[in-house]
Design a protein. Structure first.
Length: 418
């Protein structure tokens, strides 16, 4: 097991605390070579109530770095539902649609999958402090897993640009919170400098161990589909760690003979935070960071650190990148919410992008699609209330506004008949 630079192929010890190569490139964790995997073992492990097998991450340990069981920090995570959504499928115009809801993880987002692996590695190497930059979900996950492991944690968040729910989680779990006068990208630069100069263990998705855990989103999804392969995987794109993880998972599943073909991958960005989309439009000949601005705070990132790995995923899967407006995101969110599933705004980029790709003919109406929802509906209650109530702006297209009446049956009848 070793770390290998995706740019220059320089190799490093797997337990090195570095997150970049000397050339500046990102690092892949390369697992030891091994033979085919008998995926039927995962059905047996589903019976476990305790220990690594009870986790929807560690259950798939053949695709993960090895740790002693006492080093594993698990809540447990994963085990998120895959919802068959035929009514939403009809609405967007595809044959079949499943929604994998990562908001059902312990802290309410997919971040917990990567955090269990990276925090376990922090324990293994004897880290004395962990840190991250965050728009909210990462900070909540870092704070939780660090507290669970008994490690001090410091999180860097953009001042005034994080939802109260996400900041509240971080406060509750006891992490030291540093608010940066600037955006996420400024916080990310500072935390990387701090990790190099102060020896703090970095828990952002630039950490290759994070990507290892996030691979299990795709592995568990395929397990839930009994290893049948959808035509498309659609997901939101912010810092692009999930895009990188899904590409790595697909390559490793094929190498281990667990699957014999790959779905195409579609990454959806908000128009106000779409540097990956713009790079895709240029056939990846150029990449320019941007000042990010979108209601979807979890993907409000203008300079994604996992760009090179995400580009590799798109190229290897004949994938696409699309961008959607905030209005399209919030209308899609309202549809997911009204189905009884619910999600945060960034998650709804998945459905908004799917609708657009069907409309433009990129995704066929006959396609079988699996979409990934990355965060829980209560992660951004402010956005929900603004959409439905207006709060100084016009309510959204599918607004569900409360009605105020006197405690009179006549008024109640009038409202219900309406």
């Amino acid at each position: 097991m070793e770390l290998v630079c995706v740019s220059c192929q320089q190799r490093y010890d797997a337990d090195s605390l570095r997150t970049r190569c000397d050339c500046g490139g990102l690092l892949d964790l390369i697992l030891p070579e091994s033979g085919a995997v008998d995926v039927s073992v995962y059905n047996t492990r589903l019976r476990a109530w305790r220990g690594p097998d009870s986790s929807g991450v560690w259950r798939y340990r053949e695709f993960l770095p090895a740790f002693d069981e006492q080093q594993i920090v698990s809540r447990p995570e994963g085990n998120t539902n895959l919802y068959h959504a035929p009514e939403i499928a009809r609405d967007v115009g595809v044959a079949e649609l499943w929604l994998k809801h990562e908001g059902e993880n312990p802290t309410g987002s997919f971040k917990d999958r990567g955090m269990t692996v990276a925090t376990s590695h922090a324990v293994k190497v004897g880290a004395t402090m962990v840190a991250c930059a965050s728009t909210g979900n990462t900070s909540a996950s870092v704070a939780s897993y660090a507290a669970f492991a008994g490690l001090p944690a410091v999180v860097f968040v953009p001042d005034g640009k994080i939802s109260a729910a996400k900041l509240g989680q971080t406060v509750a779990y006891g992490a030291r919170i540093i608010q940066i006068r600037g955006d996420f990208d400024a916080a990310m630069r500072l935390v990387q400098d701090a990790s190099r100069e102060l020896g703090i263990y970095l828990l952002n998705s630039i950490n290759p161990y994070r990507i290892e855990g996030q691979k299990t989103i795709l592995i568990e999804l395929l397990h839930q589909l009994d290893w049948t392969i959808p035509d498309w995987i659609v997901l939101p794109g912010g810092n692009l760690g999930n895009t990188a993880a899904i590409g790595k998972a697909l390559a490793e599943l094929r190498d281990r003979n667990a699957i014999n073909k790959s779905p195409r991958v579609a990454v959806i960005q908000a128009e106000g935070a779409s540097p990956f989309y713009e790079a895709f439009r240029s056939s990846f000949r150029s990449f320019e960071p941007m000042d990010a601005d979108t209601v979807a705070s979890a993907i409000r990132i203008g300079n994604p650190v996992s760009y090179e790995k995400a580009r590799r995923t798109i190229e290897r899967t004949d994938g696409v990148v699309e961008a959607v407006t905030d209005t399209e995101i919030m209308d899609a969110k309202a549809l997911i919410d009204r189905s009884g599933i619910g999600c945060e705004p960034a998650s709804a980029a998945t459905l908004a992008g799917l609708r657009k790709l069907v409309r433009t003919g990129v995704i066929s109406p006959a396609a079988r699609v699996a979409g990934i929802l990355t965060g829980h509906v209560m992660k951004d209650a402010e956005a929900v209330m603004t959409y439905h109530l207006g709060n100084g702006t016009s309510p959204g297209r599918f607004a569900n506004q409360p009605v105020v009446i006197d405690p009179e049956m006549s008024q109640l009848r009038e409202v219900l008949q309406r």
